[in-house]
Design a protein around this ligand. Sequence first.
Ligand code: NAD
Length: 248
Amino acid sequence: MSNPIIAITGAGSGIGRALAQLANRRGYRLALADINLAAIEALRLELGLDATHCLTNELDVSDFEAVNAWRDQILSVFGGVDIVINNAGIALIANAEVQSNADIERIMDVNFWGVVYGSKAFLPLLRQSKDPHLVNVSSIFGIMAVPSQSAYNASKFAVRGYTEALRQEVEEDGIHVCCVHPGGIKTNIVQSATILNTDRNREQAIADFDTMAPTTPAQAAETIFRAIDRRQNRCLIGRDAKWMSLLT
Ligand code: NAD
């Protein structure tokens, strides 16, 4: 049997990158997408893979036509897909009153619509797999709300609601759907965040986050694959996983 195929968005950094590394070790053919093409190309070279084992595509997940085109390219190169991980995401740290509508729209476009587009585009292809998995990445902030995260909270609560409803629609057809809730994984998410509050500077936000983020991306990737292997509907990862489970 030929190697299964995994498609990962936001594979250029953090959790997505670690998922790609682990999937490669597990023998998957990789379809990697990121808005930062250089990052996934560098990863492909680091893994020593050519285009027959690792497809790299520059992709903005908030562009539905582009997501469909990526899906079509995966179909033509690999002939299908077995696991889709809608992982790409961005952060906005700002009190609600200082967020512009454009800031909020961008967060919703990438974090929520990116997941919707990735789910809609790939479900027909997943139906052709013998062991299909759809994994959507929400957050601890898709379970609990905190100050300065209202737009991010909204996007991640939306991912959770969308994914949990979708799961109930497709699980009888054999498609496994998992919603992932990381909380405190040491990645670049805060470095890349839009930070608007005047009372919090970027260095402080990064220092706070690093203190709260003892979990490595590699550990997060292991936990996500364990959830896939066990066909869990929900995957809680990180410092707060234990008490998150009490809330869900
Ligand atoms: P990261 O910043 O290290 O990686 C995110 C990747 O997504 C980057 O490579 C970036 O270029 C890419 N990306 C950003 N916008 C994109 C777009 N429009 N289209 C395609 N790619 C895009 O962050 P991470 O921590 O690895 O985040 C991965 C996911 O995990 C995100 O959905 C994030 O919200 C979620 N998450 C992370 C944490 C954490 O503690 N790190 C906690 C909760 C949720």
